[in-house]
Design a protein around this ligand. Sequence first.
Ligand SMILES: [Zn+2]
Length: 611
Amino acid sequence: MGFFNRVSPKVMLLGLAVASAVCLGAATESQAHQPQQVMTEESQSDRQGDAKNIRGSFVLENVTKSPQTLRLLIPRSDSYSFKVSQQKLNLQPGEKVEVEYGGGIFQDGKWQVNFEVELLGEEGQLAGRHTVDVYYRVEGGKFELSNYEKLFLAADERDPQLGDSFKVLKDDGSIRPAPESHIKRPSMEELMSLEKLDREAIFQIPTESQGGEGSDDPRKPDIRLERPELQVRPEPQIRPELRTRPEWRLPGQLNFVQSGAELTKSFAKEPILLAQASTTQASGRFSWKGLDNLSHRAFGWRVRAWQKRNGSWKIMDEDWIQADGRWQLSFPRRSGEVKFQYIAYNRFFKPQKSNGDTYRWVGPSRSSISANHNEGSWIADTSTGAARGLGEIYDEGMDLWSKLYWTGGINPLRDKAIDVIFPNTSYDCGDGSGVPWSCASTSGKIWMIPSHAGRNGVMQHELAHQINYEYWNNQRPPGAGGSHNLTDCFTPGLALLEGFANFMVFWTQADRGTAPSSGFDFAIENPSFACDDPLNRNESWVASAFWDLHDTRADGQDNLWFTHQGAVPGMYLRSGMKNSMADFHSTYRNAANSNHRTIIDRIFRQNKIIN
Ligand SMILES: [Zn+2]
């Protein structure tokens, strides 16, 4: 065994974290953190050697006030395989346990090996997740211990002229396409039409409730309204026909898609088979390669045409990339070199490096292009390198925005696009620990650590905080910030804000007739693992209360739901800031049909909000 290289993230990263906190003016901001029940106290590994025989260990600490049961999943892929010394362990509050691992990596390359840890409640239900990420570089069958910065943040190949872009990969069919998102996606013009929907529009969301006595019989509740979402998304078209009306668009309401002419540029474009000599019509398709090594359509990315004029590059046209990855641009036909550039940003959120640069890719230079130019199909590689994980977080944001469009009737846009600083390898979210983490600030910034990019729901959780801040004028209840977890009791304000953000992940992704668990962070229908004394102070129970107001599934005393899918988040957002979930009891009670009000009481009672 080689000699150990002890890595203590707390000590190593402290200097960086302090520096960036000062730069970001964090003292004046309020952050909402991702929940954390378990911490990786330190990890160590052989520094180098035979890649078929790698050994190391990490120390896990229970940072909650309750005992935790942990189950470790074994990292295994076509390229590597590891074993751990203990697969199931119990940790008392504050207790630390060292887990040893050993295994091998059978292929050269840069490797992030994730040891996924599931936390389990007493009834065996999912009560949280944790990831231990370790990094190795393998060359010629020899490994070297590394870290995220060294492996992935090294300089990549760039185009210095077009704003420092990555180079695209040709989509030659060798990267298999991923399955379509199960969340229906509108055209970008339809999505942008939400911008016209002012904040007051959420007051029009109907609050009619359904269910009540007799609805907990075996007959399923009427889920007619849910049907459109359960369908597999049809292959979208570049100029979508006007499809199913979104749930929130009331009869007689202004049709923004047709009226917002300035936003519907490509929507209004006519297919041009014989272009006029004076115009270039360009089209193409763009995708991103994900952590799953599959190609995904670059829905909601931006495409730009650049042309060299008198020695310098000028933007000729730009537009959105649609849900099927297709795009179209048109610009005056002139001579001169042309390039197409693809940028991962939109009006809702803007991923960026810690220096503020957006993520951009550039295609090959064309010395001349025809009047009807087909640029072909290209891919941004976000499976490795400095943009590793970007595709996943971007797509999660687009799913939330799409769901808000189809069923919420809630405009999520802040005055300025939300700055998503990714990957965050230095900022500890102001908690003083020195350990980088993910969080959202009232100043409109989100920080995402690398290991959260592949964790389902983190991006949607943080975006939900931003939507919350926007509708509450960036006010937060007292004591709502700082580190927290799914298990313990905290302030009622923290439980409220975090519970809402947790709920919105389920609201976006889960069928409201189910008890979702796998693929998410915890079992929202059964958070009995969580603190319920005192009442009204735990984020998992708050999320569960929101879910019971929204779901059509009967459990316990809950056989009620608000009919409109935007009603539960809509009423929360439009109420303005309140200090706790208990304060929302009367809000939902008064909104429900009068014969349903005692069921609202029961929902708040069974979710440990009120007595
Ligand atoms: Zn949060």
